[in-house]
Design a protein around this ligand. Structure first.
Ligand code: NAG
Ligand code: NAG
Ligand code: NAG
Ligand code: NAG
Ligand code: NAG
Ligand code: NAG
Ligand code: NAG
Ligand code: NAG
Ligand code: NAG
Ligand code: NAG
Ligand code: NAG
Ligand code: NAG
Length: 829
């Protein structure tokens, strides 16, 4: 029933299904349209579920379906229950208003993998008996009212992956045994009332990625045993321990966790100095040590934290000067040093932190003037230097942007409000004045305040000179560095090991548990496990010859696109994996990235991609409402994107797409094109590929010579690209019959009769006076691409070049250019 033909466009008709069911049920059963016949639930499981229902308080009547003698429990009749072979594997009842408690009988559900009952009003303790469940992977009980302590027995669940019991009323200490599971990657115990120390065992876990312990009552010092011994790799990326009562020093061994992105230790009783080793954490984006009792100076090694976005050291006892050169922190947007004992000048280089938008230096003992370079910080939205020892005039833009509460408490600072005027000569001439000269000029006695102001000005002058010298030095440095900046830095690889010589060509492998499946991750933004994937809620997006595509929503709310490949069409496992690893390495802004694949125990194969919220180009163009128009720049941007993606495939990866169609081009939020399905033919058997080529022909994207040739080549791809550009120009689908002609023939016939205007999409014609030439030139180029003779067609590289020439300034549409001066192509008859 699920595999019936669905409308290929996202959001028209969809079915909510569970990927899991697809893995379990043999596909032939579904394919032949037979109904899923339920399996009767195992007796022990049935009794356990009854007991669980008895102890829950079902305020809103969600569990009314748990009524019959168990026949329905495993056939989808009982809400929130999932089974395999009559055994319950998942209880999913989040946001159901459920009260009462979770029965200890849950320990009888021997096959249970996942319990998700977060965001209810559950009270009582977390059942000890969860420790009996050898298959348990996920425990999601956050946002409830659970009390008691965390059962140490959870340490007996060998493959536990996620334990999130945050935001409850749990007490007691953290059981060290939680680190027993070698798969645990998310441990969230935050927002409880836990006491005692952070167990040493957690610092040695080689699987943890998220460790969230904030807002508890933890005490003792943080163990200095992170990263264990030797140079093993550790995966921890997020460590949040703020709002506890932790004391002692900041452990220097944190610097061994080279994937760390966030450290949050604020609002504790931490003392000692900041270990300079932390400067080696090249992926660190957020460091919060605020509101502790940390002393010593600002480590100069922090200038190496090149990924840093937010640095909060406020509310400590830090002193000394802040180092002059930390202008390498190009991504720093929040810098909070308030309420410390910093002294000396504010470094001029602060003006080079170009991304900064919040800067708080208040309540320190900074002296000297405010660097004029601060005026260069265009994105500054919050600024505070109040209560320091600063002097001289406030740079002009700063004083306009921020009111006096950003500057008060600096006796010698002037010019930030009507009541604090600077001495009358404008600040620009001030440096020329010395206090002795001033009286002659001004023929009046100077008040102490005036003298102070002038002295401040003089100081500023000296600073300006210094500033110039420094800037010259810096510019030379920058010039040297800019050479390196060409390459883009990939955002932290999520399952961590990707860049560290892990198995399968830079991929991360997870064996998919009881069912014997295997999940292999490539570089990408999401963390998930095989179970997360299989238990995700999925919505059918469309079907192709290769298989069915789903939009899957993971437990953490992230969305991915999953393609389930049709069975018996793929190559054998070893060959498949080699090819998939190669495809998983391909990264280009116009190519849909393969993030992971899953191999089921029976040979089922899932490919996981980024989810593209705006669906396919086909639906974008042809399944929109009459009110929605698509502008010429948007269409052109798509055309160029497709061409660039295709060029990368041809030139850099040596891959022929072979099936480029508007349904295979997906659009992200900004309607940038991402080509999908490239390289997939390499995963498929020859027979399956022949089939695809036949279909592509039927859809009108197939080059004519493919009826004779067996194999696609770069020129047949260029033909498909040409059809897509024609589709963008005409708004017509190549699938629609047009007097027995295909789209290229139809366009050619009209152009031949010199009615060229007739081919363009009507809505484009509205702007014709401005874009006429562009349309015409693009049309010529597209017709060139669909030339019946392959050798006459251009290479993709030339297509890109010409598109860029036609539309050099992509986003300045009809804004005045000379293209508007010429008349549009006219309709001659
Ligand atoms: C059980 O509940 C389902 C759904 O609420 C309902 O359709 C069915 O009739 C009920 N069966 C019995 C025996 O009460
Ligand atoms: C904790 O849960 C309550 C409701 O149970 C919710 O209102 C609150 O926002 C949650 N707190 C956090 C930090 O998530
Ligand atoms: C941990 O739980 C808290 C409260 O429920 C939530 O705000 C936070 O995002 C969670 N963090 C992780 C890493 O799961
Ligand atoms: C779990 O950890 C505890 C202490 O860390 C240890 O004593 C126990 O033997 C471990 N249990 C298993 C099943 O590995
Ligand atoms: C922490 O403990 C103190 C006293 O021991 C108590 O007053 C406070 O409420 C506790 N905080 C939390 C979040 O449990
Ligand atoms: C650590 O890594 C280096 C090179 O990466 C290697 O030479 C050394 O033997 C390793 N040490 C240990 C203890 O594994
Ligand atoms: C920054 O890193 C470089 C290279 O890793 C190192 O040579 C330099 O000493 C570091 N700078 C500081 C101030 O630690
Ligand atoms: C800075 O931020 C940009 C945009 O988020 C990112 O692409 C880049 O990799 C970051 N740079 C570093 C050094 O982390
Ligand atoms: C300033 O902010 C805007 C919008 O947030 C951003 O696009 C721009 O890149 C920022 N500029 C710098 C220099 O970071
Ligand atoms: C502030 O710094 C000045 C030197 O610039 C020093 O004389 C003064 O004692 C410092 N004040 C405090 C409160 O540390
Ligand atoms: C600046 O900081 C001071 C003290 O830290 C505070 O009282 C004042 O409200 C802040 N002003 C702004 C604009 O944030
Ligand atoms: C720092 O900023 C100034 C302008 O304020 C600029 O001229 C200089 O090149 C920048 N230096 C570096 C190293 O970025």
């Amino acid at each position: 029933m699920f595999m019936e033909d669905t409308y290929p466009f996202r959001g028209k008709y969809f079915l909510y299904v569970n990927l899991f069911l697809f893995i379990l049920a043999s596909s032939s059963r579904f394919a032949s349209g037979q109904k899923w016949d339920g399996v009767v639930v195992a007796q022990a499981d049935y009794q356990a579920l009854r007991a669980i229902k008895n102890e829950l308080v079902d305020f809103r009547g969600y569990l009314r379906s748990w009524n019959d003698s168990g026949y329905g429990a495993c056939s989808g009749g009982w809400v929130g229950i999932k089974c395999v072979k009559g055994e319950v594997i998942a209880i999913q009842l989040p946001w159901k208003g459920l009260g009462g408690r979770i029965s200890e009988k849950i320990g009888q559900l021997q096959a249970l993998r996942k319990i998700s009952m977060h965001d209810n009003v559950l009270a009582g303790a977390i059942p000890q008996s969860l420790g009996f469940l050898r298959n348990l992977r996920g425990v999601y009980l956050f946002n409830n009212r659970l009390s008691g302590s965390i059962p140490a027995s959870l340490g007996n669940c060998p493959i536990l992956q996620t334990l999130d019991v945050s935001n409850n009323s749990l007490v007691g200490s953290i059981p060290p045994s939680l680190a027993n599971s070698t798969r645990l990657y998310r441990l969230n115990l935050s927002f409880n009332s836990l006491t005692g120390p952070v167990p040493v065992s957690l610092t040695r876990s080689r699987s943890l990625i998220f460790l969230a312990l904030q807002h508890n009552n933890l005490s003792g010092s943080i163990p200095d045993s992170w990263g264990g011994e030797g140079n093993k790799s550790y995966l921890l990326q997020f460590l949040t321990l703020d709002h506890n009562r932790v004391s002692g020093n900041i452990p220097a061994t944190l610097s061994k966790l080279d994937l760390l992105q966030e450290i949050s230790l604020g609002h504790n009783h931490i003392s000692g100095t900041i270990p300079s080793e932390l400067g080696s954490l090249s992926r660190l984006q957020s460091l919060d040590l605020s509101n502790n009792a940390i002393s010593g100076k600002f480590p100069s090694s922090f200038s190496n934290l090149s990924s840093l976005v937010s640095l909060n050291l406020g509310g400590n006892l830090l002193d000394n000067q802040i180092p002059e050169v930390f202008d390498r922190l190009h991504n720093l947007s929040v810098l909070d040093l308030k309420n410390n004992k910093f002294e000396g000048p504010i470094p001029v280089t602060i003006g080079n932190l170009s991304s900064i938008n919040q800067l708080d230096l208040s309540q320190n003992n900074f002296s000297g003037g405010l660097p004029v370079s601060l005026d260069h910080l265009a994105n500054l939205t919050s600024f505070n230097v109040s209560y320091n020892n600063l002097s001289g005039p406030v740079p002009s833009l700063l004083s306009k942007k921020f009111n006096s509460s950003s500057f008060v408490g600096n006796l010698q600072l002037c010019g930030y409000s009507a009541s604090t005027p600077c001495a009358s000569p404008p600040p620009a001439i001030l440096p020329a004045l010395t206090p002795q000269e001033a009286p002659k000029h001004r023929h009046r006695k100077l008040s102490i305040k005036d003298i102070a102001l002038i002295a401040g000005g003089a100081l500023l002058g000296v600073l300006l000179v210094l500033c110039c010298i420094l800037l010259c030095c810096l510019m030379r440095k920058r010039a040297a560095k800019n050479q390196k900046n060409g390459k883009s830095v990939t955002k932290a690889a999520v399952v961590g090991k990707t860049e560290k010589g892990a198995p399968a060509g830079g991929a991360e492998v997870e064996s998919g548990g009881e069912m014997g499946g295997k999940l292999v991750h490539f570089d990408g933004p999401f963390v998930f496990t095989a179970d997360d994937l299989l238990c995700a809620t999925a919505e059918i997006m469309g079907k192709s010859t290769y298989g069915t595509a789903y939009k899957a929503t993971l437990e953490d709310g992230n969305q991915v696109a999953v393609k389930r490949l049709r069975e018996k069409t793929t190559k054998g496992q070893r060959e498949f994996e080699t090819e998939a690893a190669a495809i998983g390495k391909i990264r280009h802004p116009n190519l849909l990235a393969l993030r992971a694949y899953y191999l089921g125990p029976k040979g089922e194969k899932l490919l996981v991609f980024d989810y593209m919220p705006r669906g396919s180009l086909a639906s974008f163009l042809h399944a929109r409402g009459p009110e929605t128009t698509i502008s010429w720049p948007t269409r052109m941007n798509i055309a160029i994107g497709v061409a660039r993606g295709l060029n990368h495939l041809h030139k850099k990866e040596n891959i022929i797409h072979g099936n480029l169609t508007a349904s295979n081009i997906l659009l992200d939020e900004q309607t940038n094109a991402h080509i999908a399905d490239y390289g997939i033919s390499r995963l498929m058997t020859a027979a399956a590929n022949t089939n695809v080529i036949a279909t592509a022909g039927a859809l009108g994207y197939r080059a004519p010579e493919l009826s004779k040739l067996k194999n696609a080549n770069t020129k047949t791809d260029v033909y498909s690209l040409g059809v897509i550009i024609l589709e963008l120009l005409t708004g017509k689908s190549p699938g629609e019959p047009m007097n027995g002609m295909d789209l290229p023939q139809w366009v050619a016939s009209i152009v031949k009769e010199e009615w060229t205007n007739e081919v363009f999409d009507l809505e484009l014609m509205r702007d014709a006076p401005n874009i006429g030439d562009e349309l015409l030139n693009t049309l010529k180029l597209a017709l060139h691409c669909v030339d019946p003779s392959p050798s006459a067609r251009p290479e993709v590289e030339q297509v890109i070049q010409q598109l860029e020439e036609i539309k050099p300034d992509l986003y300045a549409t009809s804004a005045g250019g000379d293209s508007g001066a010429k008349a549009p192509p006219t309709n001659e008859d």
